[in-house]
Design a protein around this ligand. Sequence first.
Ligand SMILES: Nc1ncnc2c1ncn2[C@@H]1O[C@H](COP(=O)(O)OP(=O)(O)O)[C@@H](O)[C@H]1O
Ligand SMILES: [Mg+2]
Length: 307
Amino acid sequence: MSDLCIDVRKLNKHFAKNHVVKDFSLQVHKGEIYGFLGPNGSGKTTSIRMMCGLITPDSGSGRCLDMDIFTQSDDIKKRIGYMTQHFSMWGNLTIKENLLFVARLHNLDQRTQRVEKTLTDLGLTARQDQLAKYLSGGWKQRMALAACMLHQPSLLFLDEPTAGVDPKARREFWQTLHRLSDEGISILVSTHYMDEAERCHKVAYLSYGQLLASGTIQDIIKAQNLTTIQITGTNLSEIESRLLEFPSIEQTVIFGNKLFVTSRDERKLGEIISQNLTREYQFSKVDTNLEDAFTWLMKSNDEKNET
Ligand SMILES: Nc1ncnc2c1ncn2[C@@H]1O[C@H](COP(=O)(O)OP(=O)(O)O)[C@@H](O)[C@H]1O
Ligand SMILES: [Mg+2]
């Protein structure tokens, strides 16, 4: 048995003339939470659907839970859980009735026991009799997760599960994901939120159908070779515009009363800062974060695509 739950190589997908996923390769180890990031339309959903056998790639090869994604897609579907971006539920049914309905749709055995166990596992028992249409975004999401876990899959594909969910509910949702991961369940989860990316064991970043980086957050940040300096003081947006005129300053961002300036050239960055800031400004070198690294990756890829 392989230690990998997902192992796909050089997958490609076109929709008509649109090449939406290009030579996509990814290896996910069992029990990992793998984050999947990238702008809208970058090919996340299409890649997910290929990895779990829902659509057939044009070329490439791959295995999901040790099954071939080209020839064993029916078996794969029975063993994985897939929470779609726009999941559906029946508003006039309660949480429990929704789950029983899904269990019946999938022809599962021991439906009542399964539903009860899943309600307990996901902390839904106290709300089981509430009508789905009156639930907040966070509880709806939790119900959708329950619905895709009734058959006890060992691998979950969650496509933007927390879009539009409030911060507290997102935090609780992620606690649940980590608990599932501790129990040995592997999770591939797409998200737009940087704080969620940082909660994953590893992340992959897609842009225009191309995988620009994958691995641990530390490795991805390190590979970009960036230096970031934090500046505090007044009129930061004026300083920002001035600094952006230097070609070796790749990116800047203001958070509250701090301006972060990032460059690939540590020496030049130091020179520019010391020559352009008056004494009333404080500055110091800080760790480059994942958002800086992704912004840089996207920008350099855009420039490559333009030339
Ligand atoms: N069934 C489809 N038919 C035609 N084009 C599609 C289809 N699904 C996705 N696309 C296109 O493929 C690209 C990638 O889409 P998608 O995988 O949904 O990206 P993401 O999930 O990252 O937003 C987009 O340009 C989208 O319009
Ligand atoms: Mg999508």
